[in-house]
Design a protein. Structure first.
Length: 68
């Protein structure tokens, strides 16, 4: 939700008022995206691309996770 707020605020401001410029909006949105991806990849449940390098403890987490 924080990413959506950042993106919408920047995009609406750029479209309505021309400030910040679109290049700044794009750069800040990419930074926010990278931050969200980094946060998600650090979670113990991460099982996306490169999980064995980023999250070698996933198998142990998976085995101990409750199943419902």
């Amino acid at each position: 939700m924080a990413w959506v707020a950042v993106f919408l605020t920047l995009a609406l401001a750029s479209a309505s008022f021309g400030r910040p410029p679109w290049a700044v909006t794009a750069a800040l949105s990419l930074c926010a995206t990278a931050a969200v991806v980094g946060i998600e990849m650090r979670k113990p449940s991460y099982h996306g691309v490169g999980w064995s390098l980023v999250n070698p403890g996933l198998r142990a987490w998976w085995d101990s996770a409750p199943r419902g």
